[in-house]
Design a protein around this ligand. Structure first.
Ligand SMILES: Nc1ncnc2c1ncn2[C@@H]1O[C@H](COP(=O)(O)OP(=O)(O)OP(=O)(O)O)[C@@H](O)[C@H]1O
Ligand SMILES: [Mg+2]
Length: 273
């Protein structure tokens, strides 16, 4: 089998839709016949298992500490996806020090040859653990919304990625977007600033609409693609899954030069152009 596509999902700002994207793209990809692994990399406040109504017996903390094997920790989720759950409230474990994380967790990604797609929910923020996970992946999906706070955090994330993981391409998904046109405008505003100050232009991967049925599915701890396959968000998740599966990969952003990381206030609060 060909090498799995390893994708880390980041956002900077919390609560913008990372976990829903990871879970639903995973299920949608699995429904096309792909073998999919979800790694809950939100090591402080894990919630992939909660979102999918799964009950972990072991977590990544047990794998890292040697209490159980990688296989024993895996849960089987909707449509047969595999989920490596994280532990909530245990981020103080010495094993989770970011400098050790790379050595301890990343080798488990090596088993990913048996998967077509590995999606890592890297969690919010831009701390060392998030960046370590991103650097271990082949590409990053950056989830943003049309809010100055989200765009500012997304820019900060791009800035750290430029420094710490410069070879990892970045694609942007705009969540809660009123339309594809609005989402492209949001992407353009982020790209313009990052191109100017970081010499990096992230690619546009797509948008997700605000979908009440997604929120309802969250309440029922089910993936919306499973519960409401024809809902607007489910259709978009299926499209994103097709885009992210290895055979459909397109190039994301690559740094155009590495010499202009300037410190500037960001003009995300301005009007749309
Ligand atoms: N497209 C959408 N339509 C409607 N509601 C949404 C959508 N995306 C996200 N939400 C709402 O936002 C909430 C947060 O989403 P989610 O848990 O995926 O964010 P997150 O980025 O993983 O958050 P955190 O940073 O805390 O891990 C969801 O529970 C849901 O209610
Ligand atoms: Mg989350």
């Amino acid at each position: 089998m060909s090498e799995a596509s390893r994708i880390a999902v980041l956002s900077g700002k919390g609560g913008v839709g990372k976990t829903n994207l990871v879970a639903n793209v995973a299920v949608a990809a699995s429904e096309t016949g792909a073998k999919v692994l979800v790694v809950d990399g939100d090591l402080g406040l894990a919630n992939v298992d909660v979102l999918l109504g799964l009950a972990p017996r072991y977590t990544v903390a047990d794998v890292i500490e040697g209490t159980c094997s990688f296989e024993e920790a895996l849960l089987v989720g909707p449509s047969g996806i595999h989920v490596l759950p994280a532990a909530s409230g245990r981020s103080d474990l010495p094993s989770f020090r970011p400098d050790r994380l790379a050595g301890l967790l990343i080798p488990f990604f090596e088993v990913t040859g048996r998967y077509d797609l590995v999606l890592v929910d890297a969690g919010a923020g831009v701390g060392p653990a998030v960046i370590t996970l991103a650097a271990a992946c082949e590409r990053v999906v950056l989830v943003v919304t049309d809010e100055p706070t989200s765009l500012t955090d997304a820019y900060a994330t791009l800035k750290v990625l430029c420094r710490e993981a410069p070879s990892v391409p970045v694609d942007v998904v705009v969540n809660l977007a009123a339309s594809d046109r609005v989402a492209r405008d949001v992407h353009e505003r982020l790209s313009r600033v990052s191109e100017r100050f970081l010499s990096v232009r992230p690619a546009y991967l797509g948008h997700l609409p605000r979908d009440p049925r997604l929120a309802k599915a969250v309440g029922r701890q089910r993936a919306v693609v499973e519960l409401h396959p024809t809902a607007p968000s489910s259709r978009r998740f299926a499209e994103l899954a097709r885009e992210l599966l290895p055979s459909r990969r397109t190039a994301g952003a690559m740094p155009t030069s590495r010499d202009s990381r300037l410190e500037h206030p960001l003009p995300f609060t301005g009007t749309r152009t």
